[in-house]
Ligand binder design. Structure first.
Ligand code: ADP
Ligand code: MG
Length: 700
């Protein structure tokens, strides 16, 4: 496509001249001038008027038009925070933090003062907070304590088009709250997608359009399907950097590993280039962004690159709509993204790489046309775009494990989930299977009601298995240890493994290994850190991420607060860690596996093959016990078990008798399977009966 490029460059050069004023704008103009330049500003009055006149409004606008950062401030300026506060939900943690920071700067207040944010295990708000950004999951949990959300005067459900699980559930809950509380305003913002559907759901409420201001984007497809999109993306970025006019680059990858690999490859190529020529090579500033990246590094993507370097941002789909970076002229789209998908037949969630939808691909391309006309390089063929990609993404609620949601709705007295007002109901099979899993964990009784343990589990902002592990720690009197394990599992990996010091860091990690368990290895790391006065330099010496450990410590103290409220005493088993393994075992029946071949396991329930990950303590020490449980399965080159613990088969039989009996002969195995199936069918029948009764009583 040489010719296309050439024309594109000429257009681009001309455009650059015209737009110098625009690009200088951010540098030279005050924040208030920047605010007035946003598309939403031109319709500020009309928008506020529509909100005054309607209880629920859908707001539609291109990404970058100012919905997230401006709307909350307009509401504040229009007096909505004199009684109650303005809450704004985000499907992603990174967005909640980053946007709150930006808005606090715009309002010239300290973050956590007038403007704050709350994400799971991190609440940066205070009594003076009037604009609160939070993940949708946080607001959903708030409905548990305050079912009418009384402290809010306005709730903005931002990025609703993402259709995250919590947003979808909130839709159903808020629809009821809005009917009850006439003083509550609800604003739902969305990219163009889905707006009509949202409006219909709330009873044909008005849709307000913010006029767009975007430039054309030239889309170039790959001629042939690409084998290795990381390599292809790196190559494309280098070509752009060397041969194309100024303008920043945005690459879409699926996750942290790929992002790190691409950044590494890019910096390597830049080094090679610099050393192989005497000519001055223009600088390239390589910036990763993904949800687990520390906040200070995340903020870097918004900063101007030093002395005219070109920025190359390598992102997950976080940069699709949640975060807007100005100055992008080139987008490289791999066409893939990671999605959590629940397989009800196997009863498990797996993070898997999928082709994105056409709507998502178009959003990605649009990122190149925010500052001027841009170019999007799609690393897939036009035919793949037309024929293989779905038109729109499948809402999360239809593809994930609903364990948490079922637990939460049950505690909100939604007895019959099949009747909940979902915009798009989840497949019945998913609901029933999630209920089944909760029943196995002991959270639901035989008729689908919450058990005592179930009620306790709801109190913890944790996935049901982890909540169960914690409560089992109570029973087995080792809650102090289990608390640490659960906290460590709730933060990103604390092991630091720089590419250029891989061997050294692996050796450091091995020193912490507890032979039979990755969970206990985590416990060991934490306890040693504690024994060394929680020191940062000690972490550095041992290739541990001090930030991650500090976060775990924070999570731990918050979970401890909840335990204290529930009057659960902190018991300890000292160094007798076998009992901790038993508690761990009780949480993961669905993730138990049995040794089949050399280093090869199969899931006890469904026979799925699964493998020890090379980073596992068990793998490292060459220890292959007959039975293990694992935290999650990650599908990459192979099905890898992430975080593994060896268990005794009799624990499985003792703690999960509905699943397992020891030393089964073939016939008893069959028998066992049959019984298992019968139990499940019985449970489903109960559910069905319950549903019928409900329907009858609803009519009466
Ligand atoms: P929308 O929600 O409609 O996509 P936003 O309100 O997020 O739009 O963004 C409006 C503008 O604010 C954009 O031009 C964006 O670049 C800028 N912006 C948002 N967050 C930050 C930040 N953390 N730092 C600098 N600029 C930001
Ligand atoms: Mg936004």
């Amino acid at each position: 496509h040489g010719e296309v490029d050439f024309k594109e460059e000429a257009k681009f050069a001309q455009h650059l001249k015209e737009n110098e004023a625009v690009s200088d704008f951010a540098k030279s103009k005050s924040i208030s001038q920047q605010r007035q330049y946003l598309p939403i500003y031109s319709v500020r009055e009309d928008l506020l008027q529509v909100i005054r006149e309607n209880q629920v409004v859908i707001v539609v606008g291109e990404t970058g038009s100012g919905k997230t950062t401006q709307l909350t401030q307009y509401l504040h300026e229009d007096g909505y925070t004199t009684n109650g506060i303005v809450g704004c939900t985000q499907p992603r943690r990174v967005a909640a933090m980053s946007v709150a920071k930006r808005v606090s700067e715009e309002m010239e207040t300290k973050l956590g003062d007038k403007v704050g944010y709350a994400i799971r295990f991190e609440d940066v708000t205070s009594s003076s907070t009037v604009i609160k950004y939070m993940t949708d999951g946080v607001l959903l949990r708030e409905t548990l304590k305050d079912s009418d959300l009384d402290k809010y005067h306005v709730v903005v459900m931002d990025e609703a088009h993402e259709r995250s699980l919590s947003t979808d559930v909130l839709f159903g809950i808020l629809k009821k709250v809005v009917a009850k509380r006439w003083d509550l305003k609800l604003i739902v913002t969305s990219a163009t997608l889905n707006a009509q559907k949202f409006s219909n759901f709330f009873g044909s409420v008005p849709i307000f359009h913010i006029p767009g201001r975007t430039f054309p984007v030239n889309i170039l497809y790959s001629k042939t399907p690409c084998e290795d999109y990381v390599e292809a993306a790196v190559k494309q970025a280098m070509t752009i950097h060397i041969a194309s006019p100024p303008g920043d680059i945005l690459i879409f990858m699926t996750g942290q590993d790929e992002i790190e690999a691409s950044c590494y490859a890019l910096s390597e190529r830049m080094e090679q280039l610099t050393s192989s020529t005497t000519k001055a090579v223009p600088k390239l500033s390589i910036l990763p962004i993904y949800s687990q990246l520390p906040a200070d590094l995340q903020a870097k993507i918004f900063q101007k690159a030093e002395d005219g370097a070109r920025k190359c941002i390598v992102a997950t789909n976080i940069a699709e709509t949640s975060l807007t970076v100005d100055g992008i002229y080139y987008v490289i789209d791999t066409g893939y993204g990671k999605m959590k998908v629940y397989n009800p037949r196997m009863g498990m969630d797996a993070l898997q790489v999928f082709p994105v939808s056409r709507a998502a691909a178009d959003q990605r391309a649009g990122r190149a046309g925010r500052t001027g006309p841009g170019t999007c390089y799609r690393l897939y063929t036009e035919s793949a775009y037309q024929n293989e990609m779905l038109a729109t993404p499948v809402p999360e609620i239809q593809r994930t494990n609903l364990g948490n949601i079922v637990l939460l709705l049950k505690s909100l007295k939604v007895e019959n989930l099949l009747d909940f007002d979902f915009m798009d109901p989840p497949p019945q099979e998913n609901i029933l299977n999630s209920m089944y899993q909760l029943w196995v964990l002991g959270a639901l009784n035989n008729v689908g009601g919450l058990t005592e343990i179930g009620w306790k589990m709801v109190e913890f902002p944790l996935d049901p298995p982890l909540a169960k592990m914690l409560l089992m720690g109570e029973e087995l009197e080792c809650i102090n240890e289990v608390l640490t394990v659960v906290s460590m599992l709730s933060v990103p990996s604390v092991f630091f493994r720089p590419k250029d010091r891989a061997e050294e860091s692996d050796a450091a990690r091995e020193k912490f290994f507890v032979p039979e368990s990755d969970h206990l290895t985590l416990l060991n790391v934490y306890q040693q850190w504690k024994a060394n006065q929680y020191r940062g330099d000690w972490c550095n010496d041992h290739f541990l991420q001090v930030k991650g450990l500090r976060k775990a410590r924070e999570v731990r103290s918050q979970l401890l607060d909840i335990l204290t409220t529930l009057k659960i005493p902190l018991t300890s088993c000292g160094m007798d860690w076998d009992v901790v393994r038993k508690a761990i075992c009780s949480a993961y029946f669905h993730n138990s596996a049995r040794l089949k071949g050399v280093g090869e396991y199969v899931n006890c329930r469904n026979g799925m093959p699964c493998h020890l990950h090379p980073s596992s303590a068990l793998y490292g020490l060459g220890y292959t016990p007959d039975y293990v449980v694992y935290h999650e399965l990650v599908l990459t080159a192979k099905e890898y078990m992430q975080c593994v613990t060896a268990v005794e088969p009799q624990w499985l039989a003792e703690l999960g008798p509905m699943f397992f009996s020891i030393k089964e002969s073939d016939t008893s195995m069959l028998e066992h399977k049959k019984r298992q199936k019968e139990e499940k069918t019985a449970m489903e029948e109960e559910m069905e009966n319950l549903r019928k009764e409900q329907a009858v009583s609803d009519k009466a």
